[in-house]
Design a protein around this ligand. Sequence first.
Ligand SMILES: Cc1cc2nc3c(=O)[nH]c(=O)nc-3n(C[C@H](O)[C@H](O)[C@H](O)COP(=O)(O)O)c2cc1C
Length: 388
Amino acid sequence: MTQPLGGYQNEIYLHGLADQVPPCTTDATRLADSAREILEPGPFWYVEGGAGSGATMRANREAFDKWRIVPRMLRDAAARDVSTTVLGAQLPAPVLLAPIGVQSIVHADGELATARAASELGVPMVLSTASSNTIEDVAKANGTGPRWFQLYWPNDPDLCISLINRAAKAGFSTLVVTLDTWSLAWRPNDLDHSYLPFLRGIGTAIPFSDPVFRSGLADTPENDTPMAVLKWVQTFTGSDRNWEALPFLREHWDGPIVLKGIQHVDDARRAADAGMDGIVVSNHGGRQVDGAIASLDALPAIANAVGDRLEVLFDSGVRTGADVFKAIALGAKAVLIGRPFVWGLAHAGEAGVRHVVRSILAEFDLTVALSGYRSVAELTPDALARGC
Ligand SMILES: Cc1cc2nc3c(=O)[nH]c(=O)nc-3n(C[C@H](O)[C@H](O)[C@H](O)COP(=O)(O)O)c2cc1C
């Protein structure tokens, strides 16, 4: 067996003997506080903020606190293996990096740093359509690492085909289609700072480098950025779809397709009926519908209803190894880490992403072992109790 992921703990302590400390805190619940000290208000709040009053963001965290792990003893858990396989990707732990757009607003290396760190750890990165780097450059930085592509479904079918063809050609194995952000929600933090990076031509690298998108412009995005931005807005916002549109994606994408943003059991069933390979139970980190159900509260019923028909992934509110444990025990096959790795990026670029992700993996591994379990498959609702 290879070195357990929890071994990162020993590495940190040993580095301490040479007076080295980690680039940022090992407690992801505290990362936003220190990131606030190093970022301008616009970028900080773009990452940290949610929709409306922030009620759903808070609910996402509170839902985790309502569940408690019940540790078991004398179960020979020293030798454990928390690796798993999701849609053909082998993962060191049931963890992926969520699609997060415009990463260059927190660090100049943006998605390239994330791609390098993810590759080194063998953790799949999900590249956002709203990336600040092109599909091809991110693929190059990611090398032989596992990578998935997240689609914001443009209202131009030719552009859609072009984007997903580019992703397939660049080695992205799974298509993640985000359904909950066909229009931007009311986000007071961004409104109060009048800050939307896309309008500044940030987070537009993928369409701006696309031949189909460029062919629809009178001048290049480099020469006339405002016109290109205007077309970007018209192409990527304001068009909701319906279930009948899904065969179009199946027709043009050969690999697995995952629908992101599912919160209702009936929608999960429809995804399975439509032959989708997976779903992400997600409320976009509370950034879309304020007052919406906590994503973790939606998870158990959805996992019960469709867990045997497609892969149920989960995000929104995951901060710690214990959170990963709880989501897996409640039926998720794997979780997506969102804001924490972006804070790592903000603190120290590639090294910061690596540190934050390794910390969460290590804490998960130690939590599994110290709770008396030896594999991800053993984590079921029996491992949990309702807290207060
Ligand atoms: C700054 C930021 C940008 C995001 N960009 C995208 C995106 O481009 N595509 C997408 O599907 N989800 C995007 N998301 C949502 C994440 O994929 C994920 O659902 C969310 O971060 C989970 O919530 P959490 O970070 O609170 O755990 C973004 C989230 C944040 C915080």
